[in-house]
Design a protein around this ligand. Structure first.
Ligand SMILES: C[S@@+](CC[C@H](N)C(=O)[O-])C[C@H]1O[C@@H](n2cnc3c(N)ncnc32)[C@H](O)[C@@H]1O
Length: 271
C-alpha cells in the first residue's frame, strides 16, 4: 500500500497509557516538525514563527559545514534520540555510507522505518478538537547513505564493529536519566565516536524531574553554573569546540498553539 498510513486520525483521540514518547499526538507533532512543509505547519503565509521551520535540515547543514571546515570525512553518523527520524534523513543526504537513528520509543522507530521503507507516508494532525487533517510526506529518494533505525537507550548505546564519524544528540540530553553518563560514552572511549569525529549537542536545556533527577541535571543554581557552561566543562578536556549557535524550532499543537524553542547547539571535534 502506498502511501502507508503512518498514523490514522482516530488514533489522535485515543486515551493512551502508553510509554512516554509513544503517544499518537506527540508522534504526529514530531512527524509534522520533522517532515512537514511550511504550508503543512502554518496556514497563513508570513507566519511569525516561519523562521523556526526546518530545524532538522538546519542541524544537518551545520554539521556538514563543520565537517567541511575541519576536513572531517563523515561516512557513518549516529542520531541519538532520533524520534521519527527527520535529522537522520537530513544527514542521509550527504553522509556517504550509513546513518543510524536510535530511539527508546519503539513506536517512533517503527514509524521512521515505515517512512523510510516506503519513501513517504500519511499521518493526521489535530486542527481543533474533533477536527483533524491528513498530511502526506515524502522522504528524499536521493539519500546518499543507507538510513536505518533501531530501538536503543542513549544511556547504553550499542557498540558496533566500527565507531561513527559523527554523532548527533538533538533535544535528548535533558530527557535522559543520566545526561553526564550519556556524554561519557563519547569522552571516555572511542568505541562509539572515533578520534577526530564530530559530536553535535543540541538542547533547549529544559530539564524535567520526570525524566532525570535534578541532581543529574547539567548545571547548578547552587554554584551559579548554567547548563551551557556545565556542558563545556564536561567536553572541553576531550574535544575542541568547532561551532556554537542557537537554533530555533517549532512544534505545532494546533493552528492556534505552537511550542517554540531555541536549542543551544554546539559542535565538537574529538581530540
Ligand atoms: C524532545 S524529542 C527530540 C527528538 C529529535 N531528536 C528532535 O530533535 O526533534 C526526545 C526524543 O528522545 C527520545 N529519548 C528519550 N529518552 C531516550 C533514551 N534514554 N534513549 C534514546 N532515546 C530517548 C524520545 O523517545 C524522543 O523521541
Amino acid at each position: 500500500m502506498f502511501p502507508p498510513a503512518l498514523l490514522k486520525g482516530d488514533e489522535l483521540y485515543e486515551h493512551e497509557a502508553s510509554a512516554p514518547y509513544d503517544a499518537s499526538r506527540d508522534l504526529s507533532k514530531y512527524l509534522l516538525m520533522h517532515y512537514g512543509s511550511l504550508e503543512d505547519v502554518f496556514h497563513q503565509s508570513g507566519h511569525p514563527l516561519a523562521m523556526a521551520h526546518g530545524y532538522c535540515q538546519r542541524l544537518s547543514d551545520l554539521l556538514r559545514s563543520c565537517a567541511q571546515r575541519t576536513g572531517t570525512s563523515v561516512a557513518r553518523a549516529l542520531d541519538v534520540g532520533c524520534s521519527v527520524g527527520g535529522v537522520t534523513h537530513a544527514l542521509g543526504a550527504w553522509v556517504t555510507d550509513q546513518v543510524v537513528g536510535v530511539d527508546i520509543s519503539r513506536r517512533s522507530v517503527e514509524i521512521a522505518q515505515a517512512l523510510t521503507h516506503h519513501g513517504g507516508g500519511t499521518f493526521s494532525v489535530i486542527e481543533q478538537g474533533p477536527f483533524h487533517r491528513e498530511v502526506s510526506i515524502l522522504v528524499e529518494p536521493g539519500d546518499r547513505a543507507r538510513v536505518a533505525f533501531e530501538v536503543g537507550d542513549a544511556n547504553a548505546l550499542r557498540v558496533g564493529e566500527q565507531p561513527f564519524d559523527a554523532v548527533v544528540l538533538s533535544n535528548v540530553l535533558d530527557r535522559v536519566a543520566r545526561p553526564a553518563a550519556c556524554l561519557e560514552q563519547f569522552t571516555g572511549s572511542t568505541a562509539i565516536l572515533r578520534t577526530g569525529g564530530l559530536l553535535m549537542v543540541a538542547c533547549p536545556w529544559s530539564w524535567y524531574p520526570e525524566y532525570s533527577h535534578p541532581d543529574e541535571w547539567l548545571g547548578s543554581a547552587a554554584t551559579g553554573t548554567p547548563s551551557e557552561t556545565a556542558l563545556k566543562a564536561l567536553l572541553a578536556g576531550h574535544f575542541d569546540l568547532v561551532a556554537e549557535v542557537d537554533e530555533p524550532g517549532v512544534l505545532r499543537q494546533n493552528p492556534r498553539e505552537y511550542d517554540y524553542f531555541e536549542s543551544h547547539v554546539t559542535v565538537w571535534r574529538k581530540r
